[in-house]
Design a protein around this ligand. Structure first.
Ligand SMILES: Cc1ncc(COP(=O)(O)O)c(C=O)c1O
Length: 387
């Protein structure tokens, strides 16, 4: 009778034994460079709030005003009657910001990625992805019922070889624009060229580049001097640099219309609360205008990298706020993270299956809210905690 429960208990025990058991820490207060935890204050180096907007007073006020005007929930999906002027205004602002014909909001980036693969690939087609893509892109590829292939990380020649083997069906190429656990940037121009050669649609998931990279933070495509147009689509998330919640897809109007007509995660899910759309519009305006946030981030990234190199820590080639320190073995990553916590610093250990076996790491994430002294404190603690 208890057999199913025993099965799950054994699974949990096995995770514990391999140092892969996940625990949630419960924090108090808003996302910020300082976090309240069990009566202490921790210096936080693991949020995606890269620009420090999650608790910005103007963004908070925009959400409060939005709730007063629109209530707290949309009450229906976009295609029934959940679509509000707040969503329309945000889509307009986003498409203008990234230089696309149209933009479409989704409730989460995960859902946006599922939608893209479902609509633009199916049986007999190919979904081609980078080996280190985010889990939501991997799931999207698996759920699309298409042939699902992965090329070695950022290896454009490998991608081309796979494409050369095909002679029928549509191809959808999907890649993180900034790799979420490594912080490196996709070879965007070379991949776009390969996609073009094969008339493939290309989707770049800019969850970690939007707001951070390119002029005014317009994202990774802008950093490469291009915009989402033609067969290239951009997916951006709103819960990271913009500090709010949700996601969008930007690009050609025909492709956006196809998503509205066919994307199941769009059609069969409640629209994002309009107050969030209002808060996001304010966050977008601040993110675009306040270049000092990106300038400060860049300086902090440089400071961290040079200090970490002096300490002999193993870094990845990354110019983004994602600065992982590779530790290798999961138990060791957990132990280092615990030692850091004892000295009041929060950097969580990222372990398999989120990252490949043997590459457990401390994913340091920097924010414009940090100070130089914060980075120095982190380096000092890492120096002391590293075996
Ligand atoms: C690269 C990437 N894509 C998509 C997502 C999913 O976005 P969301 O949190 O909005 O579901 C994330 C992280 O959450 C991510 O890191």
């Amino acid at each position: 009778m208890n057999e199913p429960l025993d099965h799950y208990q054994r699974e949990l025990d096995a995770l514990q034994e391999r140092c892969l058991f996940r625990t949630r820490l419960t924090f108090d207060g808003p996302q910020s460079s300082r976090l309240g935890y069990e009566g202490r204050e921790l210096l936080n180096f693991c949020s995606n709030d890269y620009l420090g907007l999650a608790d910005h007073p103007r963004v908070v006020r925009a959400m409060q005003r939005g709730a007063a005007r629109f209530g707290v929930g949309a009450g229906a999906s976009h295609l029934v009657n959940g679509h509000r002027t707040a969503h329309a205004a945000l889509e307009e602002a986003l498409s203008e910001f990234v230089g696309a014909e149209r933009a479409l909001t989704f409730s989460t980036g995960y859902m946006a990625n599922l939608a893209l693969a479902q609509v633009f690939a199916g049986r007999g087609d190919l979904v081609l992805e980078d080996k280190l893509n985010h889990a939501s892109l991997v799931d999207a590829g698996l759920l699309a019922r298409a042939d699902f292939r992965r090329y070695a990380h950022t290896d454009v020649r490998h991608a081309r070889r796979i494409l050369n083997e095909r002679d029928s069906g549509r191809t959808l190429l999907m890649s993180d624009a900034v790799f979420s656990m490594d912080g490196d940037i996709v070879p965007l121009d070379a991949l776009m060229e390969v996609a073009d050669e094969h008339e493939a649609l290309a989707v770049f998931d800019d969850a970690h580049g939007f707001g951070v990279l390119g002029p005014n933070g317009r994202g990774t495509l802008a950093r490469f001097g291009t915009v989402p147009k033609g067969r290239t689509l951009m997916m951006g998330t709103l819960g990271k640099a913009l500090g709010t919640f949700g996601a969008f897809v930007a690009g050609n109007a025909v492709l956006i219309d196809s998503l509205i007509q066919r994307a199941r995660t769009y059609m069969y899910s409640t629209a994002m609360p309009p107050a969030i759309a209002e808060a996001t519009r304010t966050a977008l305006e601040i993110a675009g205008r306040e270049d000092w946030r990106r300038d400060k981030l860049r300086a902090l990234i440089g400071r961290f990298r040079s200090g970490a190199k002096d300490l002999g820590l193993q870094l990845i080639e990354s110019e983004t706020p994602i600065q992982p320190v590779i530790v290798g073995e999961s138990g060791r990553a957990l132990k280092t993270s615990r030692l850091l916590m004892e000295s009041g610093i929060l950097v969580v250990a990222i372990r398999p299956p989120t990252v490949p076996d043997g590459t457990a790491r401390l994913r340091v994430a920097l924010s414009a809210e940090h100070t130089e002294a914060d980075v120095d404190r982190l380096l000092e603690a890492m120096g002391a905690a590293s075996p």
